[in-house]
Ligand binder design. Sequence first.
Ligand code: FA5
Length: 517
Amino acid sequence: MMEKKNITATELTTSEKRILLTLGEAGGEWNQRSLSEKTGINEDAVMQTAFILAQKGLCEIKEEKKVYYCLTKEGEEYAEKGLPERRALDFLIDRNGATVEELKTAFGDRVNIATNWLLKKKWAMLEKRGGERFLIPAIVSEELSSGIDEEILNIVNKGTTEWKVLVEQLKTAKEGEINDFLTQLISRNLLEIHSRVERKIAITEAGKAILSQGISFEEEIAQLTPELLRTGSWRGRKFKRYDVNLPSKEAYPAKIHPYQRILDRMRRIFTEMGFIEIKGEVVQSAFWNFDALFVPQDHPAREMQDTFYLSARKPIDAPEELIKNVKRMHEHGGSLNSTGWGGKWKRELGEELLLRTHTTAITLSYLASHQEPPVKVFCIDRVYRRETIDPTHIPEFDQLEGIVMDKGVTFRNLLGCLSTFYKKMGFPSIRFRPGYFPYTEPSVEVEVYMRERGWIELGGAGIFREEVTNPIGVKYPVLAWGLGIGRLAMIRLGLTDIRDLYQPDIDWLRKARLFAE
Ligand code: FA5
């Protein structure tokens, strides 16, 4: 903060001078709006300038939290027509009592509110006469003056009202009573409470001292233009100074959801690495999801408790020859030096329809119709599993699947490709652990370290076994991977629970940082 004694009027900017002059006028305290109206400077700029003047000790800013009340839609209706219990009381007095049924006819779905409050306020009594419930007014017309709650509704109906104003207008009521009625009206959902910080700005003695020296205005350059530079007319002129550390209004412009940004980033990375994006159906046959991937028909992942099956089946969407090849591979290893899984492969199990449990079903069926090298494709899509939900498991999540099929590609190429991807995503150190999948050999699992949870598994990868590639007519090695996107996104966004990615938490969304690309 600068020392007051060092400041002179010549060091002030034009707007600082204008605001200081206004503050010095009779009237003493100003607020943001009155200062803005008087000086013609917009409200945000007024406040920023006032902060600068306050830092220089030339003005003082006092903050006060003000509480306001306004009516809800229902509150507005009652302020116009009267509270339901008030209207019900008039009705009862007119008829010298009425049955609950009669009240219901007159008040429709508001009858319960009206009856409850009539009894609560002791304006009526309930009596049973011959099996019928009667409401008898307990008050006579002369006593029908407005209650404090009704007066509050009338006052606030004229416009949003501050607490102090309410107290002034309700002269006869005590503050405690007013508070009780306000609480009651809020709990009846007729009134809403809002608060706002108001700032009062007043000149200090140091500010007055500067004014007494006299203030002269000199035009300042706020923006450097090509014209000023070309003609050199900026020389000898005064420039407006900026202080980037001053508090400013928080701005929350529209932005893409952080999770969507991560998906977009992944897409961009694989596209830059020469991959083509493919898409597939959410509903797959067990054949493409499991059998063609050489997952045995009695594998636990195929059980009902792990996979969402549709109660429907369809003839397998693959050429008959390919289906036969898969069958032979499962039963005895086909023409390969493999024993297969043995037993009888059942077509009807392959015909069952399910929600895909991994995106590997998509890349594999693409490969079956693109047998010539090279093939470099990826797929980003939703998969479904019957999971017990916990901080790293949800039943619906996205996977990033990819394959490279070409002559001579190796396991090292696979690890290199994945390391490059994770590095580009901001994970310089990942580790590969030996893994097992029925469709790859060798297989690995990719892990990343998270301080709160230790090593977290991000994805699986490997080289497709010949038992997978041979039946679909592919003759070259296929590098394949399936990466979980949710876990990666969770770590990237600093979350410790994957479920938080899907929470509509507006505050988190507003404050979520847009990470460097
Ligand atoms: C698979 O899904 C294999 N298909 C991956 C693969 C493809 C291996 C090609 C070899 C070749 P896994 O079931 O491990 O593997 O799932 C892959 C990743 O998905 C996991 O590492 C994890 O990051 C993510 N994942 C799995 N289950 C869940 C879940 N319930 N919630 C969130 N993410 C999950």
